[in-house]
Design a binder for this molecule. Structure first.
Ligand SMILES: Cc1cc2nc3c(=O)[nH]c(=O)nc-3n(C[C@H](O)[C@H](O)[C@H](O)COP(=O)(O)OP(=O)(O)OC[C@H]3O[C@@H](n4cnc5c(N)ncnc54)[C@H](O)[C@@H]3O)c2cc1C
Length: 512
């Protein structure tokens, strides 16, 4: 069905939105109405990926996407899209043609399913998480994406009240776009809400032939499954339709700072942790190595953020403004213990960071044993390793650990894939300030350890490419699912236009 623009509820963006850290190499040129610049040096948010691109395109319309694909075909070039550049793997990188989807930011009017099963909204892939939140809040009735990636602070009144603490760069760069989060199987902390890719009901993608292909479960379940978590390998995604919910509940968010020993080190620790996780709608943990910033005492506590749905009204968050910091670490200085009832987007996008520091991140999905013992073991071991790393050199002090729990995804390339939908995965990350010496090697050794012990699967947008033996391991573990993915991929991109150096080893050496 052709898109009818009269259903659009947002004006088109007028000017191309620059991508993170792009430096213009040559003046803007136009091919068939599509703006592009040449020789741009592009660097991602984390500062660990840089590339000089032959062309950086700024499409606005579906026709523009087709022109880009035609240009790439005629000139035998690779194509990779880029949103806010918040991925740490090199998934968005190509020296050929990069496509900034940031100007593709239309949101269509939400639709209520006739069978009463809920709401969906169709959006282009340059839509920011914050943009959709604002749009859905203003809808009648108000709607929300109930589980979401962390980075977006646009709606937090706490953030705004503390704005002077933050540089303006923070607000520009702390937001990710739907193309990135859906393509890569990103997730929030909602236990029962799985990944963002699991909320998709339809995808429209321009393939390497320049055709717009619609994917839905009704049309072709296998191709739809692949499209929902496609790593940018089926073409340029034009629109995605996702499930959203009526915002008739709030979240009660309770922050606490218990000791590590009380949570992870008693004989009953696993079962206690299980009860905690199952008792909440979402639970997120943060640990940083030093109790007091720049002081040599180890942090023996862990930050716990628990969220539960409630029908109670949201509090006026202004009353919490101006509280003195409780955490003596600039990156976590916005954290406060206590319990607050918040609207869903405010609860999901809590303020974090100091506004200037960017981080790098390596992360995995670890399947949780039924007694949660493997998670207690993972955390206890990781905290000790992180302490050793952070104390080995002053420049390595700024590291952190973060983890959440979600139920399995049925998307065949999800690191949280499992046939049993009740299987729980721990989505765990180790982070460090960008430029921390040897962090990539250190984090790769941590991931290799998790692979050896728990068959952990790397989260695709994070750092995993340097892990020893990663490609044969992933080919073995994903096995037939790579073959199935490739079958759909090859039907859309027979000459591998969308395959860059990140994905070539995994998908091309595995052809049948
Ligand atoms: C501070 C921070 C916090 C984060 N928190 C979370 C979190 O809570 N949970 C989580 O899961 N992840 C998290 N991430 C990771 C982040 O969500 C992903 O890296 C996400 O992909 C970033 O979106 P982006 O717009 O920056 O995409 P980019 O990094 O620019 O692109 C990601 C991929 O999407 C592809 N892509 C984008 N648009 C299209 C399109 N239209 N067609 C085809 N391919 C496309 C690109 O080619 C690329 O391969 C975090 C990252 C940062 C920096």
């Amino acid at each position: 069905m052709a898109m009818t623009y009269d259903t659009l509820t947002q004006p088109q963006t007028q000017e191309p939105t620059p991508i993170a850290f792009a430096k213009v190499g040559s003046p803007m040129a136009i091919v068939d109405g599509v703006a592009f610049s040449g020789g741009d040096e592009w660097t991602n948010y984390g500062g660990n990926q840089t590339v000089q691109t032959e062309r950086l395109f700024y499409p606005k319309t579906l026709e523009d996407l087709k022109v880009i694909v035609r240009e790439a075909r005629n000139n035998n070039k690779k194509v990779r899209c880029v949103g806010s550049g918040h991925s740490w793997s090199a998934t968005a990188v190509t020296p050929d043609y990069m496509v900034s989807v940031n100007g593709m930011d239309k949101i269509h009017k939400p639709v209520r399913a006739q069978d009463g099963s809920g709401w969906t909204v169709t959006l282009e892939t340059g839509v920011l998480v914050s943009q959709l939140d604002t749009f859905l809040r203003a809808h009648n009735p108000p709607l929300a994406v109930p589980s979401q990636v962390v980075p977006d602070v646009a709606h937090s009144s706490e953030f705004h009240s503390n704005r002077s603490l933050f540089s303006s760069r923070f607000n520009d760069l702390s937001q990710v776009r739907f193309g990135g989060i859906l393509t890569m199987g990103c997730h929030g902390g909602g236990l029962n809400l799985r990944t963002l890719s699991d909320t998709i009901t339809e995808m429209k993608i321009v393939n390497a032939h320049g055709e717009l292909v619609t994917y839905s479960a009704a049309k072709d379940p296998e191709a739809f499954n692949v499209a929902c978590l496609n790593l940018g390998l089926l073409g340029i995604i034009y629109t995605a339709t996702i499930k959203v919910e009526e915002m008739n509940t709030r979240l009660r968010v309770t922050d606490s700072f218990p000791t590590l020993a009380s949570l992870f080190q008693s004989p009953q620790a696993g079962l206690n942790l299980k009860a905690l996780i199952l008792g909440n709608d979402s639970t997120e943990f943060f640990h940083w190595p030093f109790q007091r910033f720049m002081q040599p005492d180890q942090n023996k506590n862990i930050w716990v953020k628990e969220s539960k749905r409630t029908t109670e009204p949201a509090e006026d968050l202004k009353k919490y403004e101006g509280l003195p910091p409780m955490v003596d670490n600039p990156f976590f200085s916005t954290f406060q213990t206590g319990s607050r009832i918040m609207e869903i987007p405010d609860a999901l996008h809590f303020p974090i960071g100091d506004g200037v520091t960017t981080v790098v991140d390596a992360g995995c999905a670890i399947k949780v044993d039924s007694d949660f013992k493997n998670i207690c073991e993972t955390i206890t071991e990781l905290i000790e390793k992180n302490w050793e790393f952070a104390t080995s050199m002053p420049e390595r002090k700024d590291t952190a650990i973060e983890f959440r729990f979600i139920k399995a995804s049925d998307k065949i390339l999800s690191p949280a894939y499992d046939k049993d939908p009740e299987t729980i995965f721990c989505m765990i990350s180790i982070l460090a300030v960008s430029g921390t010496p040897d962090f990539e090697e250190y984090s790769a050794s941590i991931i290799a350890n998790w692979i050896g012990k728990y068959n952990a699967k790397p989260h695709w947008p994070k750092m995993w490419e340097k892990v020893d033996g990663i490609i044969p391991y992933l080919q073995r573990e994903y096995g037939d699912r790579i073959t199935r993915f490739n079958r759909v991929r090859k039907s859309q991109d027979p000459a591998d236009m969308f395959v860059n150096d990140t994905w070539r080893p995994l998908f091309q050496e595995n052809e049948y």
